[in-house]
Design a protein around this ligand. Structure first.
Ligand SMILES: [Zn+2]
Length: 524
């Protein structure tokens, strides 16, 4: 790899501003080597590349292989695209796609018959962008044997017509799995291509590290194979998903997978984390709440784990030396997650555990101080902190206005001394950090219309940048190596067309990523 000398722009190291940067052997050095290739920054900004503290690169990358339904704005468009893809791939046994917008149908309830109009001869299953819901056609329901007499699984439910027959929407994964388990497995080449596609997407947005927040054991070999083939162009830490029914059997399996990854010695891949879902999502009515939903007054949502079982499992994986990464959305789910971390800290020997609560959506005020007390990293997906249709159509009506304003308390937690990390949950939402940074600093919709929502929770642009750089490096236990441009650290860099610190916050989304380097190698 070439030695590099970046000039003619601004260099922001994460703490200081400089005018040039030198790289040799993939690392930052104090002065350029003779003959280093000069990179003209053209007046732009060079800074530490972004990390994504919570995303699903494999799922996102594989979506490129199915019908392109992400971002479509009507049910009719989705149906047409599914029909087009099916016609183009006549030999495909299943049509699998993601991520449709669940706010396009009332209450997110989609009818199998709508899809039947496009594809009736083969099963179709589409994931909603929350990945907690699927919409399938009648052929898929029939393959799965889901009919009027099929009971709801323990964790999940089958949305039904008034006569009890399945509508075509399945919520939460024990219900989704009734269909998804039947989908033929992807080949190794398809999985590697999915990761390659994810890498292209990430690199174009200036991202070089991703916390893959849901890895099935079968995906581990794909990561290692992609790395061996040179097809993996980002660093990844893998999180294995703990299941409430099988976690005791998963425990030795996860430790041995971690060993497999270590032994493989691929510098880009680590597997140090276990993922838990404390609950579901507010928009689906499945996030665990301390008080009932406004629209369904008998329901406090659906905790995935009974709280003591979650605490027992978190303590067990913590004892095995895994970092825990807990999806927690509702105030009940977040309390259960904090209780679980507290139990792990109480029962297990002290160590640098860095537990992560992911999404951190609705926090009961009484629980805010516990993040710092327990050393929990608060991971936010900043793009969600805006009054978009997902909030106004599906979330605020379920929470009521006063609870709605407690969502995503970034500034409050920051001021309480909590370590913040940012992520995207891609393909759930856009992977582009600059969009997230704009929302985090404005709490306005991306178009800048309207007033700031909960303006006291706006972050400074420096804090938002830090949450995407040094914050994620800390989450990755990599702050000695990444997240700032200090001499000796890895040359993980992003070149932006302008300095976000000098830009109108409502125009941050217009800044362009001009280049990305991973350990001194250009990936974009
Ligand atoms: Zn996620």
């Amino acid at each position: 790899m070439p030695d590099l000398h970046f000039t003619n722009g601004t260099v922001w190291t994460g703490t200081e501003t400089a005018t040039s940067l030198a790289v040799s052997g993939g690392r930052i050095v104090s002065r350029p080597s003779p003959g280093a290739t000069v990179v003209d920054l053209q007046g732009g900004l060079l800074m530490p590349s972004f990390g994504d503290g919570h995303a699903h690169p494999m799922f996102g990358g594989l979506e490129a292989q199915g019908p392109q339904i992400k971002g479509l704005t009507t049910v009719a468009e989705i149906v047409a695209e599914v029909g087009r893809h099916a016609a183009e791939h006549p030999s495909l046994e299943w049509i699998v796609g993601g991520s449709y917008d669940p706010s396009l149908a009332p209450f997110g309830e989609f009818d199998a018959r709508w899809l039947d109009e496009a594809v009736a001869d083969r099963p179709v299953v589409l994931r909603a962008y929350d990945y907690h819901t699927v919409w399938c056609n009648t052929a898929a329901l029939e393959r799965a044997g889901i009919g009027p007499s099929t009971p709801d699984p323990r964790l999940g439910w089958i949305v039904r017509r008034p006569d009890g027959s399945p509508l075509g929407t399945l919520r939460e994964w024990h219900a989704c799995d009734l269909v998804l388990d039947l989908v033929p497995a992807k080949s190794m080449d398809e999985l590697v291509e999915g990761l390659a596609e994810a890498g292209r997407t990430m690199a174009a947005a200036g991202i070089t590290w991703v916390q893959d927040a849901w890895v099935e054991p079968s995906m581990v070999e794909a990561y290692l194979e992609a790395a061996r083939r040179g097809a993996l162009r980002f660093r990844a830490n893998l999180a294995f998903r703990a299941d409430p029914d099988t976690w005791t059997a998963q425990r030795p399996a996860f430790s041995s997978l971690r060993e497999t990854v270590k032994r493989a010695g691929e510098a880009l891949v680590t597997a140090n984390t276990v993922k838990f879902f404390a609950d579901g999502v507010i928009e689906g009515g499945t996030a665990a709440m301390l008080e009932p939903y406004v629209d369904v007054p008998h329901s406090c949502g659906m905790p995935v784990w009974e709280p003591t079982a979650l605490a027992e499992a978190v303590a067990a994986f913590d004892a095995d030396g895994f970092q825990v990464h807990i999806h927690a959305i509702g105030d009940g789910g977040i309390r259960a997650a904090l209780d679980a971390v507290e139990r792990a800290a109480r029962e297990n020997p002290a160590w640098d555990r860095r537990p992560v609560i992911a999404h951190t959506q609705l926090v009961d005020p009484a629980d805010l101080p516990r993040f710092a007390q327990l050393g929990v990293i608060a991971n936010f997906e900043p793009l969600w902190a805006q009054l978009d249709p997902l909030q106004t159509e599906l979330t605020v009506p379920r929470l009521g206005p006063s609870r709605a304003d407690l969502q995503y308390p970034m500034r409050t937690l920051r001021e309480l001394g909590v370590a913040l990390s940012f992520g995207s949950d891609w393909p759930v939402s856009s992977h582009e950090p600059l969009l997230g940074i704009q929302i985090a600093t404005t709490r306005q919709t991306l178009d800048g219309a309207g007033e700031a929502w909960t303006p006291d929770e706006r972050l400074s642009v420096e804090d938002a940048l830090a949450a995407y750089t040094s914050g994620v490096a800390y989450q990755a236990f990599a702050e000695a190596d990444r997240g700032a441009l200090d001499t000796g650290k890895a040359a993980d860099l992003v070149w932006l067309s302008a300095d976000p610190r000098a830009e109108d916050p409502l125009r941050l989304r217009h800044i362009k990523v001009l280049g990305t380097w991973l350990a001194g190698e250009r990936t974009f």
